[in-house]
Write a protein that binds this ligand. Structure first.
Ligand SMILES: O=C(O)c1ccccc1N[C@@H]1O[C@H](COP(=O)(O)O)[C@@H](O)[C@H]1O
Length: 199
């Protein structure tokens, strides 16, 4: 089971996620209570071992801005939330990053690779809001191998969410915070332990 901890902004919480066994860590480069600058993302990611995927998270910016944001960060993956077309994905393919298409569970084209992406992240309608949804809606929908579930997951709900949805990975932001935008090292550890137990 693939686990991504998103919205990290301090060296301590990045270390907690890595030490607890996260497969990926996300840095939000777009308007959010968790927003970090590209410089901060680069500094934080430099301390992450290469086996942990470092992900730039961007929502709604045009392709030129996306390219500018990730330039020089050294991050390994790009997670795009919003109304991006197949042409937009093609226009960032040359960056050589692992491409993550983040989309709502209500959107069409729920299949890995439909836009040339490497990973499909299926989220609530409002990314980063902590809003949960009916994860069972996606069970048996044939999304492809290893799609990632997101939206309102927490230590208490993640095991059931995995069972209900059949997802091969999970992503969390709000559910590992002590206050909006403030990550908790204990919750990060507890969340990853809950996923490992379930998976
Ligand atoms: O975390 C954010 O603030 C954020 C902002 C803009 C786009 C995506 C964001 N995070 C992603 O949102 C989902 C679920 O978050 P939550 O657990 O419901 O808070 C996840 O994919 C994050 O990567």
């Amino acid at each position: 089971m693939f686990v991504k901890i998103c919205g990290l902004s301090t060296a301590e919480t990045v270390a907690a996620a890595v030490d607890a066994g996260a497969d990926a860590v996300g840095f939000v480069l777009t308007r959010s209570p968790r927003q970090v600058t590209p410089d901060t993302a680069r500094r934080l990611a430099a301390a992450v071992p290469p086996h942990v995927l470092t992900v730039a998270v961007v929502a709604g910016a045009d392709v030129a801005t996306v390219r500018e944001l990730v330039r020089d960060t050294g991050l390994q993956a790009l997670q795009l939330h919003g109304d991006y077309s197949r042409a937009d994905f093609a226009a960032v393919a040359d960056l050589g990053l692992t491409l993550v298409r983040a989309t709502s569970y209500q959107a069409p084209d729920l299949r890995i690779g439909a836009y040339g992406e490497d990973l499909l992240l299926v989220d609530a309608t409002e990314p980063g809001s902590g809003g949960a949804w009916d994860y069972a809606l996606l069970r048996g929908r044939g999304l492809g191998e290893g799609w990632i579930l997101a939206g309102g997951l927490s230590v208490d709900t993640v095991a059931d969410a995995i069972t209900q949805s059949g997802a091969g990975g999970v992503d969390v932001s709000s559910g590992v915070e002590s206050a909006r935008g403030v990550k908790s090292e204990d919750l990060i550890r507890d969340f990853i332990a809950a996923v490992r137990k379930a998976g």
